[in-house]
Design a protein around this ligand. Sequence first.
Ligand code: ATP
Length: 519
Amino acid sequence: MATQTTDKFKKIISHAKEYGFVFLSSEIYDGLGAVYDYGPYGVELKNNIKEYWWKSMVYLHENIVGLDSAIFMHPKVWEASGHLSAFNDPLIDNKDSKKRYRADVLIEDQIEKIREKINKEVKKAKKRFGDSFDEQKFIETSQRVQKYLSQIEEITKRFVAAMENNDLKELRQIIEDYEITDPVSGSKNWTEVRQFNLMFETKLGSVSDEANSIYLRPETAQGIFVNFLNVQKTARMSLPFGIAQIGKAFRNEIVARQFIFRMREFEQMEMQFFVRPGEELKWFEYWKEKRWNWHINLGFGEEKYRFHKHDKLAHYANAAYDIEYEFPFGFKEIEGIHSRTDYDLSQHQKFSGKKIQYFDNELNKSYVPYVVETSIGLDRTFLMILSNSYTEEEIRNEKGQTESRVVMKIPPALAPVKIAVFPLVKKDGLPEKAKEIFKLLKPYVKVVYEEKDSIGRRYRRQDAIGTPYCITVDHQTLEDETVTIRDRDTMEQERIPITEVLDVVQKKTSMTELLKNLL
Ligand code: ATP
């Protein structure tokens, strides 16, 4: 990781803590690994992300309904889903640094490193040849690039085969053959690779024997599958239709070092879309596009995202793509779109002994529907928004001096606080007037009132939490019922009548407007 990006990431983490977005869990006891709490502004942002996702799914699609299933489920669920036997990560320890890694991630990172080498070669050549540069031709003819490409092909082939066959020895061998080193210490002194199940186990009731073992769900999807018939019948849904759910999931992650990117307790926003067998790939393409547009609609720029096709498909899937976002530590998965066939419903049919089928009136027959899933991490989306919004700027302050400010350019519809109301000074009846406006706005939008410190410092504080608007009540307000309204990003101020404040703020911070683009 380049130092600059590491620095930016560090700054984002400390900003998130200092301004009440994210805290270490149980911080007074020095924290708990990869578990985090969301502070006053964090919880608002999180709720707004949920609203954006929920409404885009459940309100904008008449054939999608919601569900809130329990975290605890019958243990058979995890037998049926395959999580008990196969929800494993291959882990490896470095004997010198005593650090633990996922063997698959070490190998994937190695592939990415070679890809970066190719990008560097291309960039260098582009500079050298200028306008006449033909990238495709260069890639085909450069010996060095070709050597890297065949390396990538060879590792990928061995890697995919090893993962598919659960061949831990081969994973270890790949690490040895490509001289993969510990990213922290540079050491090549590795242990063997072992399997590690990611599910947290606990006991139900007071008797601690095997039969009472239950698990904290590692994904929300299974709650949807086991409720397929309940929902289909009670909401009278016909195929194709979807069930959406937001909820906690738990994974005992081996390596959890990237703040809220990889947590042991996190939240997912998942939607399972049930379709006729044979139509799944059409719907898969449909959801790939829909979900891409949902991200692009946030305005961070298309270049910040890319699709990543899974090299290795889960045995039940027949297509899978990730949407990756460019975090300060590189392009990483934020959402998965998977065509899961009829695997889950069929497995639950088998394990429960209950028929889980849909009667298709048009075809006049019953079948187990196929499923296309979209699964996005709420916390990763949160981190994406923090990463994209964090901006350091040199500005001229109210007194005309240069100063630096940190501003969170959070999309206004998602901002934790939509507007702040300030009296210019704490006297002359200005606080009373400002509080009147504050009260007026409260039922409509998240608004805060502040009278402490200089106006400049109050602006900076709101910039730091991403508040799109600040209004200031001054002496003129008492005369003509107008206030100044300041825009977070341009810092421009305008004088408008009090009666227009709500309208301006609601329009520019409107979730409805954001959603309308997705229609
Ligand atoms: P990864 O390869 O990064 O471990 P995954 O492929 O196992 O992720 P999925 O099982 O497809 O992830 O889960 C769907 C989404 O849930 C992911 O795209 C991610 O946004 C989120 N997610 C998964 N694991 C975690 C975690 N430990 N912490 C935070 N979010 C997570």
